[in-house]
Each structure stands twice: as C-alpha cells, then as structure tokens.
Design a protein around this ligand. Structure first.
Ligand code: ADP
Length: 368
C-alpha cells in the first residue's frame, strides 16, 4: 500500500460546484460509432456518478475501447451525445478536445517516453504549471504511488509494475476529475497485477476520482468497480452491481458473464419448473411455457439415492479445497461440472437434485 496523502475533506453543504468538485459526472446518451461496415457501438447509454468506479466488461471487439476513446475525446460519435457534469463535450456538432475534458488516461499501450526520466514522464502533462511547481506536483504523485527516490531513473530500468505505477502517477498528476483505464493491468504477471490494481483502486478512492476500467476479466471487474457495464457486439447488455448481475442477469449471456452456469431446457407451468435435473417451484416473475434455465452451481446438489435424478461421474479432478467432478446426466447436452468437498467420497453412480436459489429462467426465445 503506498498511500501518502490525506483524503481531501468532504465539501461543505451548498459548496458543491461541479467545476471544482474532485470528480466528474458522466452521461452517455444513445451513442453509436461505425467503422466502415462494423457497428462498434450501437446506441449505448450509461451514466457515472461523481466518485463512482465503473467497469466495462466484454469480449475482445465488443466496443469497450471505442467507448473509452469517445469519452476521452480521441474519437467522435456518429450519433448520440456525451456530457461531463452536464456540459456537452461530444454530439450535435460539439467535439471538445481531450485536453479540456479533465480526464486522465491510463492505457495498456500508453507507454512511458523512454528518453525521459521518471520525473520528466510524470511532469509531462503539467506544462501549464511553472517549472518548480510542476516538479513538486510530480514528486508528490510519485511518492503517492510508492516510487519516491526513482525520479532520475529511466523507464528501461523499471519493472512492469513500476512502469504502470509511473503511468498512474502521470495520469493523475494534472488532477483529472475522471480516470479512464483501458486494460492497464493485463500485461503484468499475476501477483504484480493484483498489487498494482489494489493500489490504483486505493488512490482513486482516496481522491474520490470517478473512473472507468475496461476489462475482459470478470473477476477484475468485480473487484475494482461499483457497477459493471456488460457489453456484447457494440451493445450495452446490462449495467448493474456485481451482485445484481449475478442474481438477476437479463439474459443467459449476462448470466454466464459473472460466474458458472449450466444451461438446460425446461418447462414452466402451474408454478412448477421441470428440468432434466428435477422439478422445483418456479421462481417468481419467471416466464411460463418452454424456457431456458441457467443453473448456478449452488442450485445443484448431490442427494441420497432414490431422491433425485441419476448421474454418472465421468471424471474427478483436484481443485484445492474441493474436488471438481464431471457428471453425465440424461437429457443434458454436455457433462455437468460441480465442485464437491475434497473429503467427500463420491461414487460413480450418484443422484442430483435442485435447490431453489440460483435458478435463472429465461424465455425460450431469449438469445443465448
Ligand atoms: P474492444 O475494446 O472491446 O476489444 P474495440 O472498441 O477496440 O473493441 O473495437 C470494436 C470493433 O470496432 C471491432 O470490431 C474493431 O475491429 C472495430 N474498430 C475499432 N476501432 C477501429 C478503427 N479505428 N477502424 C476500424 N475498425 C475499428
């Protein structure tokens, strides 16, 4: 942990001026962006409250970086508008340049200048300040990211984690009111990634800076963000807290995005849900008729003989505190994968049943 500075005091009542508040509000309304035949963003709307941290989660090519570039002002939307603290910065003929948007950038490929020292790299965005003041701010930011004493080093002598901390110090030096992070941790090895990520989050929280993190890693999104905007093929599928996304996903795709599910066909009728893994009470607000059912692992359990649906254990594999078992069940397209306590003896022939939590029901017509 490398925090050095005390958090700024909260503003007094009636004292909140959008232009001087520590962090910005962002509103994206109906934004689209096309590149030739590719609709990279398709009518995306979302908002960020001051101080909120949002993760944009999705597979490669779904439009995450395009969204970030539009917010940063590095590109302009074909339709829709973007407002920062209510001020239109893009759309309807407006295209405010990046440098006046009050936004900091920390990109995976936003490399440090190799011919400049660490201090000069951090000072880079401070050319509006007199030399001595710029140096003082840059030193303060370096200390904040735990790299005081490395001012005279050159980027080539830094580890990957140190280089990303310098990139963070550089992005934060001009005191941006919002930080945009595009997969900034993905080139780091696992241990360094976790440390730099946790420390980056701590700096953002301490300074109350709004931030958007682009990532394809669901675990990273859950750990870093207050809310997750799930994207697919240029569209925003759902924007919610991790818990809401897990418990109330809007589609089978959203269900799979955050945690394992087994998808089976089911029949919902008369308040009961019938699946190849048994029959349970139909969750409230679930559709009736032919349905798709996504089962979280916690919905499936091994039950005593004679009480459930038969299954055959195909494979057991070591998974630390638990044992992973692959089970063949009649009526399922693929083997079912479950975790059983490592010390449980699991026979080859077992029976399975359903519990009422962790069962997600979607209309048959919902795209998977
Ligand atoms: P992600 O960040 O989720 O991987 P991107 O926003 O980079 O996705 O890209 C979304 C889609 O737009 C992809 O199909 C990509 O090939 C296309 N795209 C992005 N930028 C450009 C560009 N400058 N020119 C042409 N196509 C682009």
């Amino acid at each position: 942990m490398f925090l050095r500075r005390k958090p700024a005091p909260p503003p007094a009542a009636g004292d909140v001026d959008a232009s001087t508040a520590p962090s910005a509000r962002l509103d994206i309304r109906g934004v689209s962006r096309r590149y030739g035949r590719t609709l990279a963003l398709d009518d995306v709307s979302l908002s960020l409250s001051p101080g909120e941290i949002l993760a944009v989660l999705g597979d490669s090519g779904c439009g995450k970086s395009t969204l970030l570039r539009l917010v940063a002002g590095l590109d302009t939307p074909d339709a829709g508008e973007i407002r920062i603290d209510g001020r239109r910065v893009a759309g309807s003929g407006v295209a405010e340049p990046p440098e006046t948007r009050g936004i900091g950038l920390m990109f995976q490929d936003y490399a440090l200048f190799p011919h400049l020292t660490v201090l000069a790299n951090v000072r880079f965005g401070l050319s509006h300040l007199p030399g001595a003041q710029a140096r003082a701010v840059a030193r303060e930011r370096l200390a904040e990211v735990g790299l005081a004493g490395r001012e005279a080093s050159y980027p080539a002598t830094l580890s990957g984690g140190e280089a990303q901390r310098i990139a963070l110090a550089r992005a934060l030096a001009p005191r941006p009111r919002m930080l945009l992070l595009d997969e900034p941790f993905s080139n780091l090895d696992a241990g360094t990634r976790e440390r730099v990520r946790a420390d980056t989050l701590a700096v953002l929280r301490q300074d109350g800076i709004s931030a958007i993190l682009v990532t394809h890693d669901a675990a990273e999104a859950v750990e870093f963000a207050d809310r997750i905007a799930l994207m697919r093929k240029g569209r925003l599928i759902q924007c919610d807290t991790a818990e809401t996304l897990y418990r109330s996903p809007v589609s089978p795709f959203a269900a799979r995005a955050l945690g394992d599910v087994v998808t089976v066909a089911g029949l919902a009728s008369g308040g009961r849900l019938t699946t190849p893994l048994g029959t349970v009470a139909l969750p409230t607000s679930a559709p009736e008729g032919s349905v798709q059912v996504c089962l979280r692992p916690e919905a499936i359990r091994i039950v005593p003989r004679g009480e459930g649906v038969p299954g055959r254990v195909l494979r057991r594999s070591f998974a630390g505190a638990s044992t992973r078992i692959d089970i063949e069940v009649a009526g399922l397209d693929a083997p079912l994968r479950l975790a059983a306590p490592a010390d449980d003896r699991v026979d080859e022939r077992i029976e399975l049943g359903l519990l009422e939590g962790g069962i997600l029901v979607f209309p048959r017509s919902e795209p998977t």
